[in-house]
Design a binder for this molecule. Structure first.
Ligand code: SF4
Ligand code: SF4
Length: 191
């Protein structure tokens, strides 16, 4: 059985950059009142990246800023935004994929084995409760990523290359507020 209890050691927050959606950004704004100009970053996007946001002549992924190669929210080894952190952070040390039949498959992230101190494994079986809660989260994540794609498309078509980061932030927060209302109505808004 796979056992997991996060020790809040903060190690995984040193290894990865965190991609954001407009809805992750809105959570950081409304639940933490963070200065988005300080905590957001633009990471150069790969050529065929479907989440490429065009800002002032460049193509980028929206991400959490890093300071000295650590997540901007890592403080003394702890996450300062744990209760409303980006959805991408909430899966580790697990990962999900979508099977050919549309079913969501949850597995241990092989990169976490031997690195995440909260993970204990003596077989591949993930306890049912944990598996189901990650599946539920994955469904919302997939939906939020689709809404983010729509937002990026609208931005790139309307403002793209001419817009600054400040304008992008205004644009995505407006879109996120609208999308959030729909997600609340559907009962799938995640704090
Ligand atoms: S490495 Fe594992 S135990 Fe440490 S913060 Fe990340 S998920 Fe939690
Ligand atoms: S937001 Fe929190 S959990 Fe995510 S990388 Fe930053 S410190 Fe870690």
């Amino acid at each position: 059985m796979v056992q997991f209890q996060c020790t809040l050691c903060g190690e995984c927050c040193k290894w990865y950059w965190i991609p954001l959606t407009h809805l992750d950004t809105l959570r950081l704004k409304i639940y933490g009142n963070h200065d988005l100009n300080r905590i957001l970053d633009l990471k150069e996007a790969k050529e065929d990246d479907e989440f490429t946001v065009e800002v002032e002549e460049g193509g980028y992924r929206l991400a959490l800023a890093r300071i000295e190669d650590l997540c901007v929210f890592l403080n003394d080894g702890k996450c300062m935004v744990h209760s409303y952190k980006p959805l991408a952070c909430r899966f580790y040390p697990f990962m999900y994929s979508v099977g050919y039949d549309g079913r969501i498959i949850v597995e241990v992230n092989s990169e976490a084995v031997g690195k995440c101190p909260g993970l204990k494994i003596d077989s591949k079986i993930i306890p049912r409760d944990l598996r189901e809660s990650l599946r539920k989260l994955a469904k919302v994540r997939i939906l939020e990523k689709q809404l983010w794609k729509n937002t990026i498309k609208a931005w790139n078509e309307d403002c793209g290359r001419r817009g600054s980061l400040k304008e992008l932030i205004r644009f995505i927060i407006n879109r996120a507020e609208i999308d959030m209302k729909d997600l609340v109505k559907m009962g799938v808004w995640i704090k």
